[in-house]
Write a protein that binds this ligand. Structure first.
Ligand SMILES: Cc1cc2nc3c(=O)[nH]c(=O)nc-3n(C[C@H](O)[C@H](O)[C@H](O)COP(=O)(O)OP(=O)(O)OC[C@H]3O[C@@H](n4cnc5c(N)ncnc54)[C@H](O)[C@@H]3O)c2cc1C
Length: 365
């Protein structure tokens, strides 16, 4: 039986482990956190990701615990629509995206693995192209080592040396909030150098995020976030007022430059370790899920890792570049440019962004 060590028990690592285990591999997942859990955030999964989850046998369960992300479009801070999403066409052409709590997604993936496959509390310090892994509990080796250890991957060093993460110039706060009334309209709001997003969750709570330009490591406090969005349209101030500052998540936003390769010897990189991207398209996790399926399909074939690299690198590079461009436009802060952007958004027919999404969403395994 072929053996695999997956470094990192995030979305990508767990999905790869499920895909490999279903194909008869013996898999161990080393996760440095003491337990696999993620609080305070939802995640959008587009139709490409749902197809990937179907391919590893958990799509039905994810849909059962998710809710359709009927994002209505983009507004300005006063609540006037800049762009409306053609939800009916999106749904008919590609399948609707869904939102799920991250903790629920991780639990579905973990439960699809044998109980002893995940080993929490083990931190990997080095990996070798020969399949060796050095970690806090000793040393191990396997036929395949999957580097699924995120933005600041240790495994990546064995594939392409030190790669510095690039700060995008903006910072993000995420919260899961309970509001007394039921919200019916979801979507994003774009202001000057700041954006806000609202999405439903299956249990009636709301997942929201606030993004704004700031120097690296200087986002301020959650009280400052509330003050910054205080004048924005309903229900943004109410959502921020209801959010519990102890459970909100804060991240400066980074990506990594395009790597020369995702593979070296017995190592394959997936997810953020391979192509950490800005979250503007909601595709980082979706691409990790696509990686997982493609890697599980190809890993046992002769030359399979090179094919994995050829299949995944150009696609993820294209999506990361697009995501960065949307971030640049969304975070514009000079008043004349914002006016120009908002006018362009108002004048663009809803079919244009939908067509552009096509080559991302119509992915099949
Ligand atoms: C604000 C924000 C919003 C986002 N929204 C979306 C969205 O709506 N849709 C979407 O698809 N994507 C979204 N993303 C992107 C998405 O979160 C990531 O792309 C995704 O989590 C990547 O999964 P991963 O498994 O590759 O890495 P991670 O989720 O980073 O998991 C890596 C795991 O490896 C572990 N680890 C790290 N180092 C080691 C080590 N040395 N030894 C052992 N374990 C280690 C970590 O503890 C972690 O559990 C968003 C990102 C941000 C920041």
């Amino acid at each position: 039986m072929s053996t695999a060590i997956v470094v990192g028990g995030g979305i990508g690592g767990l999905a790869t482990a499920v895909g490999l285990a279903r194909r008869g591999w013996s898999v161990e997942v080393f996760e440095r956190a003491a337990e696999i859990a993620e609080v305070g955030s939802g995640i959008s999964l587009w139709s490409n990701a749902l197809r990937a989850l179907d391919a590893i046998g958990v799509g039905g369960e994810v849909r059962a615990q998710a809710v359709e992300d009927a994002s209505a479009g983009i507004r300005d801070p006063r609540g006037r629509w800049l762009a409306r999403t053609d939800v009916a066409t999106l749904r008919a052409r590609y399948g609707a995206p869904v939102v799920i709590h991250r903790a629920a997604l991780l639990e579905i993936l973990r439960s699809a693995l044998p109980d002893d496959a995940v080993r929490p509390g083990i931190s990997v310090t080095a990996a070798g192209a020969d399949g060796s892994v050095v970690h806090s509990a000793g040393e191990s080796s396997a036929d395949l080592v999957v580097g699924a250890d995120g933005l600041r991957s240790v495994v990546r060093q064995a594939v392409c040396g030190e790669v510095a993460a690039r700060y995008a110039g903006y910072t993000a706060w995420r919260a899961v909030v309970e509001l007394p009334g039921k919200l019916t309209e979801f979507g994003e709001t774009w202001g000057r150098g700041a954006r806000f997003g609202i999405a439903p969750l299956a249990d009636g709570r709301v997942y929201c995020f606030a993004v704004y330009n700031a120097p690296e490591h200087s986002a301020g406090t959650f009280a400052e976030v509330r003050a910054r969005f205080a004048g924005w349209h309903h229900p943004i101030p109410e959502l921020l007022a209801a959010a519990d500052p102890d459970t909100v998540l804060h991240n400066d936003i980074y990506d990594i430059p395009a790597l020369p390769s995702f593979v070296a010897g017995r190592i394959a990189l997936i997810g953020d370790a391979a192509h950490a991207m800005t979250p503007n398209l909601g595709q980082g996790g979706c691409q990790a899920l696509e990686d997982a399926v493609v890697l599980a399909r190809l890993a046992a074939e002769p030359g399979g890792l090179s094919r994995y690299d050829r299949e995944r690198r150009p696609r993820t590079r294209m999506i990361a570049a697009r995501s960065a461009r949307i971030g640049t436009i969304g975070q514009l802060s000079a008043a004349p440019l914002v006016t120009l952007r908002d006018t362009a958004l108002r004048l663009t027919p809803a079919s244009v962004p939908l067509r552009a999404l096509g080559e991302i969403l119509d992915w099949t395994c």
